[in-house]
Design a binder for this molecule. Structure first.
Ligand SMILES: Cc1cc2nc3c(=O)[nH]c(=O)nc-3n(C[C@H](O)[C@H](O)[C@H](O)COP(=O)(O)OP(=O)(O)OC[C@H]3O[C@@H](n4cnc5c(N)ncnc54)[C@H](O)[C@@H]3O)c2cc1C
Length: 587
């Protein structure tokens, strides 16, 4: 392969220094608990990844806060003159319909597209089909995978590590006044993500897909002639370049995807949850809140008021045998002009707190064994707009690179799975009907109006004043409200199926039960946030009215009418109906 194209290195392959990062010696001094635990897990190589992630996020956070250009982002997408594009397109290492850069959720998507009959290639900087996460989901959501026809329940059963009867949400209140909300069918299935993706790889290859392991994304080029498609360059392990040509590149490179950074001018998200944890065993078993109950998952739990200026949250999901996957995280917002005065612990600091606070969360009578670390910055958008920046032509983001999951529950895997048939079905229609990829591509997204509006709720998960009890106190009132409304209501909210009428019951219910919320909202959201919420609410209401009208006419009738409409309208209508279906707004 020739090297005539721009030689670039990925920011995220470890080859670029992003600032003055701590050495291992400094880490051992500053984060002794973390260093010891990582050594015991034989996971020191993860420390380097964590340092790199922290550096990326520090720079993004600072750039957004000070309204400066983000130092990290570089142009990895560009348009070339048609002649230059044609010259490069003369020599390609692979040609087909779709190239997936990033094989996390991307691999599940790619499998569906290969089964639709498209020529698909998946590449990743690591091994395709290798997971570094633990995923929780509900059987209800997994059903979407089975309904699509690519997966059977037997296959999914083989990757389910545990399924428990109940999940709880509880916010700490003094004097044991905390209310426990029980949600039996939310995040109660623990998936072995590695096994799922390994199986997906086998099935993908069987469906005719191709994989390229250890390929670091370089860049994407398009020509002024839309029909030319795209060229994507990757670096191979021996340092040479490969060039693939396809109709579309699917960006599945996660939270700090270089393409996503370019698209958003280096400021990719509005909100983020720094999250750390481990898969661990050795906790005392029992039914008390601070004991490990194999039949119970902690969906969202606080065990104290704000610590280190942030309200720490815990999650604990039983896995195989006596294993428990535990996460510690907090909600953070990337806001222009936001003072950096409130310290925002990075992943290393959070890990140090995690190992220090873990005994308060779950007690143990013997030494807790940590098997592997889990961590990441989980991204979210804070607006009700489907697109906050135009798509880069020829590039479709999915998964965390698109970040359309709930800004409250941050369940990117759940959102991807729930919407998988919707997004792949729509993409299939577009590829069949259009020779060139148009603005209709923006419809191929797991965006849900009822999920996006939750950005408002997530803003009340961060302390807003000097009082450490703020978040817990307010959420205590919210828990009371959800308990009064019943399990189905709360389940709809946490499973991203909130209805238009649910929203009003929540907002008005909070106003009646806790009038102080008005003043708090003013303080937290300020004029700008309140105005944005008002417009988002109007948009949400419009969506609710459209869905109600759709239900009145009947979705089957609309689908029949759509067949005779011009293609653009047909696809728009189809996309709308699909959105109502995943939101539970179709009945
Ligand atoms: C600690 C933690 C716990 C979570 N728990 C849950 C849960 O229980 N339920 C749930 O629904 N969601 C959960 N999430 C969210 C969920 O894990 C993510 O939304 C999901 O993994 C995103 O998948 P992705 O494929 O978009 O990105 P990633 O999983 O980040 O995958 C990106 C892929 O792209 C590759 N890549 C990146 N850069 C390049 C490059 N330059 N060149 C080539 N390849 C590249 C990477 O190697 C990787 O394979 C959790 C997240 C975290 C951090």
């Amino acid at each position: 392969m020739d090297n005539s194209f721009t030689k670039t290195v990925s920011l995220f392959d470890g080859s670029v220094e992003t600032g003055i990062e701590p050495t291992m010696h400094e880490i051992a001094e500053r984060y002794p608990r973390t260093m010891a635990a990582f050594a015991a897990m034989n996971a020191q190589d993860h420390l380097e990844r964590i340092i790199r992630l922290d550096a990326v996020w520090r720079d993004i956070r600072q750039a957004v806060a000070t309204n400066q250009p983000a130092p990290l982002h570089r142009d990895t997408w560009r348009e070339l003159p048609a002649s230059e594009f044609a010259m490069l397109a003369n020599r390609v290492d692979w040609q087909g319909d779709l190239v997936y850069a990033g094989a996390g959720l991307g691999l599940l998507h790619a499998l569906e597209m290969a089964r639709h009959g498209w020529r698909v290639l998946v590449c990743d900087r690591g091994e395709v089909g290798c997971a570094h996460r633990e995923w929780n989901i509900s059987r209800y959501e997994l059903q979407a995978m089975v309904a699509g026809g690519s997966w059977s329940w037997e296959e999914l059963q083989s990757v389910i590590m545990n399924e428990y009867t109940d999940g709880i949400v509880r916010f700490f209140l003094q004097d044991d006044a905390a209310i426990t909300l029980h949600l039996p069918e939310v995040l109660n299935v623990a998936i072995d993500a590695g096994a799922l993706l390994r199986l997906a790889r086998t099935k993908f290859l069987h469906a005719g897909g191709e994989v390229r392991d250890y390929r670091v994304f370089g860049d994407v080029a398009v020509s002024p002639r839309h029909a030319d498609g795209v060229l994507i360059h990757v670096t191979t392990p021996d340092g040479s370049y490969e060039r693939y040509q396809a109709r579309l590149v699917i960006d599945g490179m996660g939270t700090v995807s270089p393409l996503s950074l370019q698209r958003f001018g280096g400021r990719p998200y509005a909100g983020v949850c720094p999250t750390v944890g481990t898969v661990a065993s050795g906790f005392a078993e029992g039914i008390a809140g601070n004991e490990h109950n194999r039949r119970l998952g902690d969906i969202l739990v606080t065990i104290a008021d704000a610590q280190k200026t942030q309200q720490y949250m815990w999650e604990g999901f039983p896995g195989r045998g006596d294993e428990l996957t535990v996460y510690l995280f907090y909600y953070d917002t990337l806001q222009q002009g936001k003072k950096l005065s409130r310290p925002t612990p990075n992943l290393l600091e959070l890990f140090e707190d995690y190992f220090g606070l873990l005994p308060d969360y779950k007690r143990s009578d013997r030494e807790v064994q940590h098997h592997k670390p889990v961590y990441g910055y989980i991204p979210a958008r804070h607006s009700l707009r489907r697109l906050e920046a135009p798509l880069l032509r020829g590039v479709l983001p999915i998964g965390d690179a698109a970040a359309q999951q709930s800004p409250l529950t941050f369940c990117g895997f759940g959102s991807h799975v729930r919407n998988l048939q919707r997004t792949t079905g729509l993409l299939d229609v577009l590829l069949r009907e259009k020779n060139e990829m148009s603005d209709l591509l923006a419809l191929v997204t797991p965006y849900q109006a009822n999920v996006s509006l939750n950005w408002v709720f997530s803003r009340f998960m961060q302390p807003w004043g000097d009082a450490d009890i703020d978040v817990n106190q307010l959420q205590g009132h919210f828990m009371q409200l959800l308990t009064r409304r019943g399990t189905d209501f709360a389940t709809r909210f946490f499973r991203d199926e909130m209805r238009w009428s649910d929203y009003h019951k929540m907002v008005l219910g909070m106003l009646c039960a806790y009038p102080a919320i008005m003043g708090i909202a003013g303080r937290v959201l300020r004029v700008k946030g309140c105005t944005q919420w008002l417009f988002d609410y109007l948009r949400f209401t419009w969506e609710g009215m459209l869905a109600a009208a759709g239900r009145m006419v009947g979705l089957t009738i609309i689908q029949r009418i759509a067949v005779d409409l011009p293609m653009t309208w047909r696809i728009r209508l189809l996309a709308k109906i699909n959105e109502w279906q995943v939101m539970g707004w179709d009945h």
